[in-house]
Design a protein around this ligand. Sequence first.
Ligand code: HEC
Length: 159
Amino acid sequence: MKKILLTGAFVLSSLMSLTAVAAAAPTPEEEALANITRRQAVFKLLSFANGPLGAMARTAPYDAAAAKTAVERVAMLASMIPEVTAADTSGPASAGIKTRASNTIWTSKADFDKLAADLGAGAAAALEILNTKGEAGVKDAVAAIGPKCGACHDRFRMD
Ligand code: HEC
């Protein structure tokens, strides 16, 4: 009886690993969806990370730790942009997937990656500003980051 149970368990686990192998080969459409969803997640998080600093520049009370965390997160996420946009999703496999990414990203990838690096540099500059000026530097810190988002959107994000 024990043997039968063990054999059954073995067969079941073999079947399960076969299923895992089958699931590991996505279709081009699934791959495109995964790539587009991943990069959009990074941009959503960029907005989430940057939010508290923007709020402090308007009406929210200054919080030194939260301000620094914001720019450190922006820098970290900016460093991921070249990788999460490495896959060219301008082909037919992406038809029907909602994206605002311009196809020109993949004909000008070096320019695009440079704009991502500019955002990283802007976040580093913002951190320096916060470290030296504190609350008095919040608006300058925002100004070191925000235009870098816009520069890339103007060229590579569609309306
Ligand atoms: C190097 C280029 C680049 C930089 C820098 C950049 N973005 Fe974007 N962003 C894009 C592209 C391209 C898309 C469209 C992605 C898509 O739809 O597949 C996008 C989309 C977005 C979206 C919509 C995400 C969604 O699908 O819901 C938000 C929000 C966003 N960006 C915020 C920001 C913020 C905030 C910054 C700066 C802190 C920033 N981005 C910097 C290129 C950039």
